[in-house]
Design a binder for this molecule. Structure first.
Ligand SMILES: [Zn+2]
Length: 100
């Protein structure tokens, strides 16, 4: 692949991830995945769906972190960890931008 082609692909990727980020919130995706979230605390807490830790997941500014199994990151890292997939598959799960 040419360098120009790579750059175009990267730009395309960045646009797609920006759109997904605007559309999806980490807590909503967690709820969708069946992770129980605690109410009324800051930072928000959730039970970890990966290691089963009770309220071990802290969620702040759209970044999550499990204090028990040390998993964490963005909404993409959440889906990649739960579905055990790479970024490309993760983007497919979220759908192409503008598809919904
Ligand atoms: Zn965990």
């Amino acid at each position: 692949m040419t360098i120009l082609g790579q750059r175009e692909r990267l730009t395309e990727y960045r646009d797609a991830t920006d759109q997904i980020r605007r559309r999806l919130r980490v807590d909503e995706v967690m709820r969708h995945l069946g992770w129980r979230l605690s109410r009324g605390r800051a930072p928000k807490r959730a039970d970890c769906g990966l290691c089963g830790g009770k309220e071990d997941v802290a969620l702040k500014d759209e970044v999550w972190h499990c204090h028990h199994c040390k998993a964490g990151g963005s909404v993409f890292d959440l889906v990649m960890a739960v579905k055990d997939c790479d970024f490309q598959k993760c983007a497919e799960i979220f759908g192409r931008p503008g598809a919904s």
